[in-house]
Ligand binder design. Structure first.
Ligand SMILES: C[S@@+](CC[C@H](N)C(=O)[O-])C[C@H]1O[C@@H](n2cnc3c(N)ncnc32)[C@H](O)[C@@H]1O
Ligand code: SF4
Length: 449
């Protein structure tokens, strides 16, 4: 039966970190549109900031992020100067100085920035925005390129959460993905961060990697548990070599099948759940007293481009090459070309390249998909009532879900959709039922399972 379900529902679908998803963004959303949207943000809006640093010291072959290998520091310091200018540009465009509740440094590897450049950028953010005293300031870290001094500097600038990439600790898997990283190395970095006062630690694990078995995945989970992280993210390897050319170095015959991937993900989940962590959404695990577990319980978990988040800010502002922002009016994305980004910033222009405006109907679908991704359930009558929409708008979707109900993936009760245990590996396919853009032929996604 499991294989039949994989055949029926395991097709390529988006990860729904946004709706509509990024392939549907278009160039009709211009710097002028973004400027208008920013200026319309009321003083009472809460903000969240995302800063993208698209550089790394090494290329991991599985990597799906927007990044580039750089051995010299010069391009990185140039980039840091442009980021500072962009912060000024956006800050000056806003009509109000709204309060920032979350800052996320992502990449790439943001810790590739020198201690000085990082401090200067944090000061710039504090000058341009009002940062809440209890704001979450998070950063992604590659443990192999981290130092104790950098940890101290991050803490001094106010960083209070760090996400470390682990992926898999087995050397035969690491060899197949060009990433060597020991448990000891990772343990040392976690120790430096905690000593410096960065108390919140997240670890990223992966399944579906080349030459990875269920036993490998469980061994990695077991070893990672010795680091006592607050949260674990368990990502299924997204193999998209048509978009990420370096992934071609991964031998496709070494990749586990969809059934093996599912067994790996379930084995990791069983291990983390058995060791006191609570499941959050599709692929996160957190301590029961962690803010993410609490947000899930309160129905306040959200989804953004980093995955699940406790961030409930009304607007997300993205800085840097390819960064995506979300405003009440829609999504905006900066250009992905470093050259065009630098030119726009030097000319004093916002580097917006594309985006999409959200209609009231899109917004309702976005909420349904977000609730399904976060809570694994959605109260359709309630969500429709909140946006004054008649539920019969979704007659075709409910009909489609009935087939899924017959296959045991969901249960339907007066329009309330609950994803069953058997349906959990297919959450993305269930969300896809509400995706009006999916059939438009744009986007080429990774497998659902
Ligand atoms: C933006 S990366 C930054 C992490 C940091 N540079 C490092 O390597 O440790 C964040 C996480 O995305 C996940 N990731 C990267 N490429 C992926 C892919 N192709 N499929 C699924 N997850 C991926 C990895 O777990 C990684 O730790
Ligand atoms: S996984 Fe991290 S270190 Fe490796 S290439 Fe991607 S962003 Fe860089």
């Amino acid at each position: 039966m499991k294989q039949q379900l994989i055949d029926r529902y395991g097709a390529a679908v988006p990860r729904y970190t946004s709706y509509p998803t990024a392939p549907h963004f278009h160039s009709g959303i211009t710097p002028k549109t973004y400027e208008t949207w920013l200026q319309a943000l009321p003083a009472s809006s809460s903000l969240s900031l995302y800063l993208h640093v698209p550089f790394c010291q090494r290329m991991c072959w599985y990597c799906g992020c927007h990044t580039k290998i750089t051995r010299r520091y010069e391009p990185i310091s140039e980039y840091a100067k442009h980021l500072a200018l962009e912060i000024g540009l956006v800050g000056d465009t806003l009509n109000n100085r709204q309060t920032v509740q979350h800052i996320h440094w992502g990449g790439g590897t943001p810790t590739i920035l020198s201690a000085d450049d990082f401090s200067v950028l944090m000061v710039r953010l504090r000058t341009q925005f009002r940062i809440a005293h209890n704001a979450e300031i998070a950063i992604e870290i590659d443990p192999c390129t981290m130092t104790r001094d950098l940890a101290v500097n991050l803490a001094k600038s106010g960083v209070n959460r760090a996400s470390l990439g682990v992926q898999d600790f087995n050397s035969h898997v690491q060899k197949a993905i060009n990433r060597s990283q020991t448990l000891e190395q990772t343990k040392a970095v976690v120790g430096w961060l905690r000593d410096a006062g960065i108390a919140h630690i997240n670890l990223d694990l992966m399944y579906g990697l080349p030459n990875q078995s269920v036993a490998d995945a469980v061994r990695t989970a077991e070893q990672s548990l010795s680091l006592r992280a607050d949260r674990y993210s368990v990502f299924g390897y997204a193999h998209v070599p048509w978009m990420k050319k370096h992934q071609r170095r991964i031998n496709e015959t070494d990749l586990p099948s969809a059934a093996e991937r599912m067994a790996q993900s379930q084995a990791i989940a069983k291990h983390l759940l058995g060791n006191g962590y609570s499941g959050v959404g599709l692929d996160h695990f957190a301590r029961p007293n962690d803010a993410m577990s609490q947000a899930l319980k309160a129905g306040k978990l959200h989804r953004n481009f980093q995955g699940y988040t406790t961030d409930s800010a009304s607007a997300l502002i993205g800085f840097g090459v390819s960064a995506i922002g979300r405003l009440p009016q829609g999504y905006v994305q900066n250009t992905s070309s470093a050259r065009l980004y630098m030119t726009a910033i030097t000319d004093g222009k916002l580097p917006t390249a594309r985006g999409i405006a959200l209609s009231a109907k899109d917004n309702l679908r976005r909420q349904i998909i977000e609730r399904l991704m976060c809570d694994l359930s959605a109260d359709l009558p309630d969500l429709c009532a909140q946006s004054a929409t008649a539920i019969d708008q979704f007659a075709a979707e409910l009909q489609h879900l009935k087939t899924m109900e017959a296959d045991g993936l969901v249960s339907l009760n007066k329009g309330v959709i609950c994803i069953t245990h058997a349906g959990q590996p297919f959450v993305r396919s269930i969300c896809a039922v509400f995706d009006q853009f999916l059939d438009s032929g744009k986007g080429h996604h990774s497998l659902a399972v």
